[in-house]
Structures are given as structure tokens and as C-alpha cells.
Design a protein around this ligand. Structure first.
Ligand code: DGP
Length: 114
């Protein structure tokens, strides 16, 4: 998508702090971290949010969760626990309309979330 900020990051048109990249997925540091570890797992294919996905993406979503676990297992902040968050729609806090999964750790993550 031409004007999507995450598509621009994926294309290398906007700089980011990359943690992991492969043909399906980009993992970057969040520009406005809400915890000592705050990464964004961003699929390279553009989807607005989970309402935009079909059964074709089932494997991709499973892959993203497995990668999130792999990354968390190597991070010191995530040793005592971590959270994966995905916001759908502005009322839920979505501000970038290219699906992404927040990986948060390193502070007390309260429940229920705000
Ligand atoms: P959400 O509110 O769930 O749509 O999350 C969007 C996140 O994206 C938010 O935590 C801030 C982050 N973000 C926005 N613009 C940029 C950017 O240009 N670079 C990076 N690394 N993160 C961004």
C-alpha cells in the first residue's frame, strides 16, 4: 500500500530498528515503547487488521506467534513473562492500519489492559 507507514518501513523508505526479518515478517522496535521490551511483529503482506484476513492467512498468523515466542525466549526482559497484543480498530487503540502484533515485556503488565 503506497501510503501505509509499515509498508514504507518494509520497503526501506522509512528507517526502523530491525530485530528480525525474513520473507514473510519484519520485527522492529516500537518508536514509542510502552515497556522495556516493545517490539512490533509486522507481516510483510498488507492487511488492515484481523477482519481483513482470510483462511489463507491461518498459517501466517501461527508463524508470527511462533516467532514471537522464539524472540521472547531469547530476551532477558521476557524471562518472567510477556504479552502479545493486537489492536483492531481505533476504538481498541489501533493507530496504524497495517496489522501488527505488539510484543511487550519487562514491567508489570496489569490485567485487564486499559
Ligand atoms: P497500534 O496503536 O496498535 O496501531 O500500534 C501502532 C504502533 O506503531 C504504536 O505503538 C507506535 C508504532 N509506530 C508508529 N509509527 C511508527 C514508526 O514509524 N516506526 C516504528 N518503529 N513504530 C511506529
Amino acid at each position: 500500500m503506497e501510503n501505509c507507514i509499515f509498508c514504507k518501513i518494509i520497503r526501506g523508505e522509512i528507517p526502523s530498528k530491525k530485530v528480525y526479518e525474513d520473507e514473510h515478517l519484519l520485527v522492529i522496535e516500537d518508536v514509542s515503547p510502552q515497556a522495556p521490551l516493545h517490539l512490533l511483529l509486522v507481516p510483510k503482506k498488507h492487511f488492515v487488521n484481523c477482519l481483513d484476513m482470510t483462511a489463507e492467512e491461518d498459517a501466517l498468523v501461527g508463524y508470527i506467534f511462533r516467532k514471537a515466542g522464539e524472540i521472547a525466549s531469547k530476551d532477558v526482559y521476557a524471562q518472567s513473562g510477556f504479552r502479545i497484543v493486537q489492536n483492531n480498530g481505533s476504538g481498541a487503540g489501533q493507530s496504524v492500519f497495517h496489522i501488527h502484533f505488539h510484543l511487550l515485556a519487562g514491567r508489570n503488565l496489569v490485567w485487564p489492559p486499559g
